[in-house]
Design a protein around this ligand. Structure first.
Ligand SMILES: [Zn+2]
Length: 165
């Protein structure tokens, strides 16, 4: 039987509960398209926080290595993932929508009585992986003269640099 915890968000936060576990990457249906192989495991820790920024919250940590594909040379790219997210709990979607969007800082999510932890983890992972992952020192880039090759993802460079840890 696969690990499929479901939490009551508010109760979990107020009780400062803790949960941890791991899944093979193949168990994340929405992630599979981006993966080159079926190897890898993602570990997570979820911690309830009774009050953070005046609100109940969940702190989520995810670690693992994802087998992605370098979009420049199409070779294997072992992408190390480390996520630390703070998810403030809101009572309703309207409450979430009313908040200003901030690039940095905690996100808000609607607190449910039956929140699937795997879906929470997958949401954060999908936000964290680059749209066009590339080797930091790609063999193909080193082999070709600057400007000699079309670089369809060059425009994403600034965006991707912002995502590096
Ligand atoms: Zn590459």
């Amino acid at each position: 039987m696969s690990h499929q915890p479901v939490i009551d968000g508010l109760e979990f936060a107020q009780a400062a509960s803790k949960l941890q576990g791991a899944w093979p990457v193949t168990e994340f249906a929405r992630l599979r398209d981006a993966l080159r192989t079926e190897e890898g495991t993602l570990r997570y820790e979820l911690q309830g926080m009774p009050e953070t920024h005046g609100r109940p919250a969940l702190r989520l940590i995810v670690d693992g290595v994802l087998p992605l594909v370098c979009q420049r040379c199409l070779g294997a790219l072992e992408y190390p993932l480390h996520i630390e997210a703070l998810l403030l709990l809101a009572a309703t979607q309207a409450e979430v929508d009313a908040e200003p969007l901030e690039a940095e800082g905690p996100e808000s999510i609607v607190a449910g009585r039956e929140m699937a932890v795997q879906a929470l983890v997958e949401d954060e992972v999908l936000l964290a992986i680059p749209i066009a992952p590339r080797h930091a020192a790609c063999a193909r880039a080193a082999a070709s003269a600057p400007g000699a090759t079309a670089r369809p993802f060059a425009g994403l460079r600034g965006l991707m640099d912002g995502w590096k840890h």
